[in-house]
Design a protein around this ligand. Structure first.
Ligand code: ARG
Length: 446
């Protein structure tokens, strides 16, 4: 083994915690001074040393490599201010330090990701606004089912990712608990003031059990689960974008920059961006499984296995952020090919349920109405006709209840627009829905 220290270390992947590590060390030092565990002048030296290191890091100076980011900063501090720098680590261990750093880091990231999701939702709402009157076939089992407004379809995703934000905000609450002061595993005999450190670092509360505090990574698992579910939601939309771009559907176009050509087939424009997002879900779900497996059977308290939590956590958030950015831009460029979409509502007898509802409104038990319309559809298939192409006489062969007004129920637009139930696809319901989601998004920014 050439470099054993590198093998057991984490510097190659935890150096992005440098800033939060310095901030948590500054807070810890302030607490040590307040609790009279170290002198004011020593505290000042440490804080100004740390502040300088942070300034240099922000100015692109590279922290010399050590086993991990915590050692690297401590060593650099001692190099700059002398052995007094070693006092910073009083009443603390890297075990509570790393748990603290990761929590601070994820609290910041949760806020960033929630905002990215909101940005994506805003694009969905703008697109929904533009496409209320675009009527497309809604599918169940990927078979034509009933006509829906394209806006309704887009908004389904806006609500889906709304829940992702709520889940992240929930995760935030459980991340917002300070482990610092738990030391290695048992707490410390120094008279520390953990509440003060929590206040300085903006934590809502402090952990109750030092053993739990240094070994708990539930917040990280929950976070990566949130990343996984959000990317899953994106993949569902991506799958549809990919299908809709296939000329068999031809429902949409997206900007060329989200597609690529083929090195051999000159005609191709492939929906690569959507495919990459679909593929990224594999690695993000993999990150979740990695984290689960790292924690499985791990005895209390800290074990070095826990160091391996960072690559999956960082990988999942980096990739989800990329996916959200691309998704937002891709959807911004999405245009429905209205004629084509409407044309395909003529296939698949998607007004059939409406005809059954017509009979049911005229006192036919729905189950019987269902049978009658099934027979009408079979008849149409035999005659190669659409529901629109039948005459009233033909309808009356199946039921005398049909009157001339049945034809008002056969056009996809009107079928969609009479779904006026709350949360339905009618123009009125969709407008209401748009108003609601806009209000929600607006309230969140207040
Ligand atoms: N690099 C370690 C991690 O990321 C820090 C804690 C090390 N603690 C220890 N007792 N070796 O988990």
């Amino acid at each position: 083994m050439q470099d054993f220290e590198q093998f057991i270390g984490s510097f190659s992947f935890d150096s992005r915690l440098a800033e939060v590590d310095i901030n948590s060390s500054v807070a810890h030092t302030k607490m040590l001074v307040k609790a009279k565990i170290i002198d004011i002048s020593d505290g000042e030296k440490i804080i100004s040393g740390l502040t300088n290191i942070l300034k240099d890091i922000k100015g692109n100076w590279e922290l010399p490599k050590e086993e991990d980011v915590h050692y690297a900063i401590e060593k650099e501090l001692i190099k700059r201010i002398g052995s007094v720098g070693g006092k910073m680590h009083t009443a603390r261990s890297r075990n509570d330090q790393v748990a603290t750093d990761l929590r601070i880091y994820l609290k910041q990231e949760i806020k960033i990701i929630v905002n990215l999701i909101s940005d994506f939702q805003k694009v969905l709402v703008v697109k929904a606004d533009e496409n209320i009157d675009v009527i497309m076939p809604g599918f169940t089992h990927l078979q034509p089912a009933q006509p829906v407004s394209a806006a309704h379809h887009l908004l389904a995703y806006a609500w889906m990712v709304q829940r992702d934000k709520e889940r992240l905000n929930d995760c935030y609450r459980r991340t917002d608990i300070l482990p610092l002061g738990s030391a290695a595993l048992a707490g410390t005999s120094f008279n520390i003031d953990r509440q003060y450190t929590a206040q300085l670092l903006g934590f809502k509360s402090i952990s109750e059990n030092s053993l739990d505090a240094v070994s708990d990574r539930d917040f990280a698992v929950e976070f990566v689960f949130c990343m996984s579910l959000t990317v899953l939601h994106l993949t569902r939309f991506c799958e549809e974008i990919i299908l809709w771009m296939n000329p068999e559907f031809g429902y949409i176009t997206i900007d060329d920059k989200f597609t690529s050509g083929s090195s051999i087939m000159p005609q191709k424009r492939n929906p690569d961006s959507a495919e990459v997002i679909r593929g990224k879900s594999g690695r993000i779900i993999g990150d979740l499984i990695a984290l689960f497996t790292i924690i499985k059977s791990l005895p209390l308290a800290y074990n070095r296995d826990l160091q391996e939590d960072k690559p999956p956590v960082f990988d999942s958030l980096d990739n989800l952020k990329l996916c959200l950015e691309v998704m937002k831009e891709m959807v911004k460029s999405l245009e429905f090919v209205e004629k084509r979409v409407l044309k395909s509502t003529e296939k698949g007898f998607i007004a059939a349920t409406e005809i059954a509802d017509y009979l049911a409104r005229n006192n036919v038990p729905f189950r019987l109405a269902h049978c009658i319309v099934r027979d009408i559809v079979l008849y149409c298939k035999k005659k190669s006709k659409t529901l629109n192409e039948l005459s009233l006489e033909e309808y009356n062969k199946f039921s005398k209840i049909f009157k001339k007004d049945i034809f008002e129920y056969l056009d996809a637009k009107s079928v969609a627009n009479i779904k006026t139930s709350y949360g339905g696809t009618s123009r009125r319901s969709v407008l209401h829905q748009i108003k609601n989601i806009k209000n929600k998004l607006e309230l969140e920014t207040k």
